[in-house]
Design a binder for this molecule. Sequence first.
Ligand code: RB5
Length: 159
Amino acid sequence: MAHTIGIGCDHAGKELKQLISEMLKLTTNTVVDYGVAADSKTSVDYPDYAAAVAADLSNGKLDLGILVCGTGIGMQITANKFAGVRAAVVWDELSTKMAKEHNDVNILCLGSRTTNHLRACDLVKLWLESPFGGSRHQMRLNKIREIEKKVAALTAAHN
Ligand code: RB5
């Protein structure tokens, strides 16, 4: 199934993002590049790029997202602030497969300084090809959605 996939990075993730982007362009997916402002020499702030991709996923402009920084951690932290986003850093085949099967991760975060770049491309393919398990896993994701709504209501009440 073809998806619209947003891809973003900071300076540390620039090269890996390019590689993933080129690999994805060989597939039937549509790639939207959010990382064009960053080159690998100018230091930029990962929250800006994570927020741009996560906001567009949250508002339905994107089906999926990929975020790359040095470790993937800052991207994951930022992206998960947005409603409906399930972002996770993956590092090997098992974490990638589980991220899709159990958590239906919709933004994959990768560390360009922690993961071999060719392996990272294979992990992206594995994530795209792995099925979501549904059933009990869907029930747990529904609970996350309910928690998200409660947190939003509490935050609104305090403002
Ligand atoms: C940038 O030096 C680095 O902090 C960033 O790429 C990322 O690893 C943050 O989580």
